[in-house]
Ligand binder design. Sequence first.
Ligand code: 3PG
Length: 232
Amino acid sequence: MRNADCTLCSTPGSMFVMPISVLDLAPVVPVVVIEDAGDAVPLARALVAGGLPAIEVTLRTPVALDAIRAIAGAVPGAVVGAGTVLTPEQVTECVAAGARFLVSPGWTDGLLTAMVASGVPFLPGVSTASEVVALLERGVREMKFFPAQAAGGTAYLKSLAGPLPQARFCPTGGIGPDNAPDYLALPNVGCVGGTWMIPADAVATRDWDRVESLARAAAGLRSVRDAGGTCR
Ligand code: 3PG
C-alpha cells in the first residue's frame, strides 16, 4: 500500500488526518450489490483471494448493512466499505456495522460533515469541475468520479488534471476490463471501481471460482496504475 501515512484533510473549524487513502488500497474496487446476505462472505472471500481486498458494498438493498457486518467479522483480508452512502444517518450505521471506508455518488455539506466526523476514509462523488473545486476548498482531495463514462470519461479527467492537479479520483460507472487500463494510466486516477468482476449470473449460481478469476485479472491492472501518474 502506498501513501499509507496520511492524507490531511481540513474543513472549516476542524482538521483531521485520514488514516489511509482508499485510492491506494487496490487498483480496482469491486462495487457489490448484495441481494442475499448469505452471499456476502463467500463473495468477499473470492474477491480477496483474487487480489481485490477493498470491497464497496452498496446500500442499495435491505441486507447491505448485514453484509458489511458479516464481511467485517468473517473475512480478515477484506477492507469492507460502504457505497451509495447518502445521509449522515447512513454514515453512522455503516461505521457501526464495520465499514472501513465510505463512498457516495454525490455530496452535500451535511453528508461531508458526517463523513469527516466518522474518522474513516471517504470518497464523495463528483462529476463537474465546480464540485471538485468545492471539495478542494473544504480540504478534500480524493473523490469518486461518477458516472465516469457518462460524465466524460478519460477525456474529462485529463482535462481536470491541468487546472486541478491536486484532485485524485476513483472513477466508477461504465468501467470494465477494456477501458479500465485507460483510466488507470491517468496521473489523477488512483483506482477504478466497477461491477464487472461480479457478473449477476455468477452470483446467481454461486460460482465463486469465476468471481475469483475475474478479480485476479482485475488485480493485474495494478501494473498499469503503478506505472502511471505523478500526483500521489
Ligand atoms: C456504481 O456505483 O454503481 C458503480 O459505478 C458501478 O457501475 P458499473 O456497474 O457501470 O461498473
